[in-house]
Design a protein around this ligand. Structure first.
Ligand SMILES: [Zn+2]
Length: 345
């Protein structure tokens, strides 16, 4: 079955050959093309993503705005130097919101064109997704981590205003993709429990994620999957409460724990450590880790999708990523046979 046939069959309660497999494979993808960088031409970007799909055959591919996409959009306009366009978080909401659009931001325009070409050329096989940063990561790209974290304590009103502004911009961007039948996902690495407390997540991040997801689902009800890096153990329920259709569990969180906490609310995916067996181990160690993920989460009530815990590192050996897919295919064959991945197998 193609990923599209598989997804359609699952949606309609029909039989499938296997459950879907995700593998985040950004940094090493250029090597498959002889090191074409992501700043290449539109055709280079399209061919690179197609090559990743051709080599691995995972069930999700897509293009990404980049975690600094929001900041990049304004750096050009504001002519500021250094890493972040703004020093003061109170200035975020004074920016021109129309910049965050496919029409005005070259970064967004390129993603849109790549997604359009991919959707056209692979339309019978697989749906192309667009990954946007979460609003918190977007605000950070404008003002920097130190300014943002300080403002959480000293200037909460300005943080809310900035989050509202960036959320509106992200919805504006998402709308262009959704209206072209391209689903969007969110990567919000800075919204992690490794960076913010549960209290701050609930006050400053969750309401805006919820708003973004609700609005996306109103435009096209594709669902929005979410990726938050690092230790999210203490905020898992808050994340699930935002309304994501799927939540990636980073490898720093135990999958069994995540299943118990939120597996009854949302599909969870993960979490083979990209900086462990994938980068430094052998193919058989990768296979062992894939089986361990299935052992812990295969029976998660709202479903489990095998995935890397975070993005694949640039120097990851190709044979390890191929081993990930090979073992994932075996474990994900449908109906799932738990005896295959249980202890000692
Ligand atoms: Zn991550």
């Amino acid at each position: 079955m193609t990923p599209k046939e598989r997804a359609d069959a699952l949606k309609n309660g029909k039989s499938v050959d296997r459950i879907p497999i995700r593998m985040i494979y950004g940094p090493p993808s250029g090597r498959l093309m002889g090191d074409v960088s992501s700043s290449g031409t539109l055709r280079d970007d399209v061919d690179c993503i197609k090559k990743v799909y051709e080599v691995f055959g995972m069930d999700s591919i897509g293009t990404a705005y980049g975690l600094y996409g929001v900041g990049n959009a304004y750096r050009a306009v504001l002519e500021n130097d250094l890493e972040h366009p703004l020093k003061n978080i109170a200035d975020v909401a004074k920016l021109d919101l129309s910049v965050l659009s496919v029409e005005k931001d070259p970064g967004a325009k390129k993603c849109f064109e790549v997604a359009q070409v991919l959707s056209e050329e692979l339309k019978d096989e697989i749906t192309c997704e667009m990954c946007l940063p979460g609003a918190f990561t977007g605000v950070l790209s404008l003002v920097g981590l130190e300014n943002l974290l300080r403002a959480l304590i000293r200037n909460p009103d300005a943080v809310h205003e900035a989050m509202g502004f960036v959320t509106a911009g992200l919805i504006q961007l998402a709308r262009s993709f959704l209206e072209m039948e391209i689903p969007v996902s969110i990567a919000d690495p800075v919204a992690s429990g490794s960076v913010v407390s549960k209290q701050h997540f609930d006050e400053f991040i969750a309401p805006y994620s919820t708003k973004f997801i609700d609005e996306c689902n109103r435009i096209r009800p594709f669902g929005v999957s979410g990726h938050i890096c690092g230790d999210t153990s203490k905020i898992l329920e808050s994340i699930a409460g935002c309304g994501y259709s799927n939540v990636d569990i980073d490898n720093t969180v135990d999958l069994a724990y995540a299943k118990n906490k939120i597996g009854g609310i949302v599909n969870i995916s993960g979490n083979v450590n990209p900086a462990g067996s994938l980068l430094f181990g052998t193919p058989s160690e990768v296979e062992r880790d894939v089986r361990e993920c299935f052992r812990k989460a295969w029976d998660s009530p709202k479903g489990f999708t095998i995935n890397t815990g975070c993005d694949t590192a640039r120097d990851t050996p190709l044979e390890n990523s191929l081993a990930f897919m090979k073992e994932a295919r075996k474990c994900a064959s449908f109906p799932v046979n738990p005896e295959y991945f249980m202890e000692g197998k």
